[in-house]
Design a protein around this ligand. Structure first.
Ligand code: GCW
Length: 621
């Protein structure tokens, strides 16, 4: 451990004089080497905290103390000379808080479960990954090849520094191979590196694994041989990894196998796995991202509630339902998923997407914290059991593809700790650590970050439009998208329903009545075209082109205004970066961001031009 930290330290000192490639993330601490750190424990975690403080803490002396009277496991308190926590993890989190200059003397996380979900495939590719191949999985000469241990430790440190305490190592579209012994041995090695940083390992599983591996004849969750197989597998896993966290499951969704294949319910499937994990305190995170199966033909955004509400109350106590923030699919703007109103007896987790699948991927500067905060302003954070973020991390030198995409990883961790932290505060914190403390730079860029998500909504899909992306890769506009052989729910025309009368999806009581899945007051607000927030208008209503918006313009004029505003905003952002930001930071990162902003402007113009041309055909008829 020590030598890795020392070599990191050596690396940092060299890098700080030369160009920066972003690999250090927000951890660009400068060595001070003056603090004396007092502590009794020799545990690996405490040694990490000690080493970090001895090297980077700007005070003369500090004591680390375990204090059983602290109210929770991971929180910490600092009184100016002693850092206290109930567990070592808290001391580690407190250490990183001090190093980032956090003056908050006492802090406790909102959730026990603060997880990253990696959609990493075992061949090294990453589903919706835009920053290179997987840091965990690699195939060489058709053989499983091992990861770079130092990189995994850097990953652990970065996550610990923002309070993340769990990680799912593979894609929810999971390969049955994941649970074979050679792969589990790799998982053990990764878990051993992450453990001192208090990061637990979890796996996504393929529901049909025992059958796919040829060990059972069926994957029916009520079949004894199947349940037995999972129990044996759990035993094997926990022997290798005693603190293994549990399973994440995508079942009967987008072609994945599941209990529905045997006419069993999601509860039957989840409970069978939960029983296998229970003796070891493992959990099952069961995803509600399900459509096109039992409720085929129903408005896609309603299907999760239709499927899961009748099962509420039937799940074991170590099952958590994991649901995306919106009812459709990580769009630039969605209303929250009504699952969070409807599922009352089963614990819920929210799944956010850090990787910008639908928000310009790693080519656009889009800061996601304001979007996540919008979710937390609608769904009370206290009603959730945990939070998961689909990671944007890959083998690219700067981890995330775009230097500013690192901010989304950082913000996710900070919000998982405290969902009430203002997004602007997080942006500033991140900018100061990642680039420079110069207030001119920080103020300007914090402003740009704050505007970036709304700009993206404007140039892609304003006023509640959704899912008009190009097929499959989801980059760029395709409002006329329709492929006969595809499910309708994948086609843009299904979502905007433009015709010569108007545009938008009628989900009011006059249409699919998706509004009725929301809590009463909101259902009423959304149902009425006059009270529905304009930023969700076309999500809930099919609106005439000549409809009068609140500012007096027609819908069509308003749509044009938004598309143009989005483009102008990113043009301005690029101009500012290009002309004013260069001298504040290193040349390499400045240039790389500049190139991407240049591209973003072009892509935003493509969105505007394509969409206005397409919708104009109807509006101007
Ligand atoms: O957003 C869609 C993505 C799929 C993804 C799926 C899911 C992992 O386009 O790539 O599959 O959602 O969340 O399961």
């Amino acid at each position: 451990m020590k030598h890795i930290l020392l070599s990191l330290f050596a690396l940092f000192t060299t890098i700080s004089v030369h160009a920066e490639d972003g690999h250090q993330l927000w951890l660009r601490y400068q060595p001070v080497n003056k603090a004396k750190v007092l502590c009794d424990s020799k545990s690996a975690t405490i040694q990490i905290a000690k080493q970090e403080l001895e090297t980077y803490y700007n005070g003369a002396q500090i004591a680390l103390k375990l204090d059983a009277t602290m109210p929770d496991d991971d929180g910490y308190r600092f009184d100016g000379s002693t850092l206290s926590a109930r567990r070592e993890a808290g001391l580690l989190y407190g250490t990183y808080a001090l190093l980032r200059g956090d003056m908050n003397m006492e802090s406790h996380p909102a959730y026990d479960l603060r997880l990253l979900n990696h959609w990493d495939n075992l061949d090294g590719s990453i589903e919706r990954g835009y920053a290179g191949e997987s840091i965990f999985w690699k195939i060489e000469n058709a053989q499983l090849s091992t990861f770079n241990a130092q990189l995994i430790e850097e990953y652990a440190r970065a996550n610990a520094s923002i309070g993340i305490n769990g990680t799912v190592l593979n894609n929810v579209n999971a390969s049955p191979k994941m649970l074979t012994t050679p792969y589990l041995k790799e998982v053990k090695k990764i878990a051993d590196i992450l453990r001192p940083y208090h990061i637990k390992v979890y796996l996504s599983i393929n529901f049909a694994t025992p059958m796919a591996l040829g060990d059972t004849k069926t994957a029916d969750p009520l079949d004894k041989s199947v349940a037995k197989w999972w129990q044996k597998k759990a035993k094997e896993i926990y022997k290798l990894i005693p603190d293994f966290g549990g399973f994440l499951v995508k079942a009967n969704s987008e072609g994945q196998p599941g209990p529905g294949d045997y006419k069993r319910t999601h509860a039957d499937g989840a409970n069978m796995l939960a029983d296998a994990l229970k003796p070891y305190k493992g959990i099952v995170m069961w995803r509600c991202f399900v459509y096109g199966a039992n409720h085929k033909g129903e408005d896609r955004v309603k299907q999760a509630v239709s499927e899961f509400k009748p099962l509420d109350g039937q799940f074991r106590d170590n099952v958590i339902l994991q649901t995306k923030n919106g009812p459709l699919d990580f769009q630039p703007r969605e209303p929250y998923s009504p699952i969070f109103d409807q599922i009352k007896q089963t614990p819920n987790m929210v799944e956010l997407q850090i990787t910008q699948e639908y928000l310009g991927q790693s080519r656009h500067l889009v800061y996601l914290a304001p979007m996540w905060q919008e979710f937390f302003s609608q769904v009370n954070p206290k009603q959730l059991r945990g939070i998961a973020g689909v990671a944007n991390i890959g083998l690219d030198k700067n981890w995330c593809g775009h230097h500013f995409s690192q901010a989304n990883w950082y913000a996710f961790g900070r919000l998982a700790w405290n969902p009430m932290l203002p997004s602007d505060k997080i942006a500033r914190e991140w900018l100061q650590q990642t680039f420079t403390r110069d207030p001119q730079f920080v103020n300007t860029m914090a402003q740009i970050m704050a505007e970036s998500r709304e700009a993206c909504v404007d140039y892609m899909m304003p006023l509640g439009l959704h899912h008009i992306f190009k097929f499959d890769h989801h980059y760029g506009p395709e409002p006329d998208g329709f492929i006969k052989s595809y499910p309708l729910e994948w086609c843009p025309v299904y979502y905007h329903k433009a015709d010569k009368q108007g545009v938008g999806f009628e989900r009011s009581s006059k249409g699919t009545d998706a509004v009725s899945q929301y809590r009463k007051e909101l259902a009423r607000t959304y149902d009425n075209i006059n009270t529905c927030p304009e930023n969700l208008l076309l999500w809930f209503h099919h609106v005439p082109w000549t409809y009068k918006m609140k500012d007096g313009s027609t819908l069509w004029e308003s749509l044009q205004f938004h598309y143009n505003r989005g483009v102008i905003t990113v043009e301005t952002h690029h101009n500012i970066w290009h002309n004013k930001m260069r001298h504040y930071i290193d040349e390499q990162r400045w240039r790389e961001v500049d190139d991407r902003l240049h591209h973003q402007v072009e892509n935003a113009r493509e969105w505007r031009d394509t969409c206005l041309k397409y919708f104009g055909q109807f509006a101007n008829e």
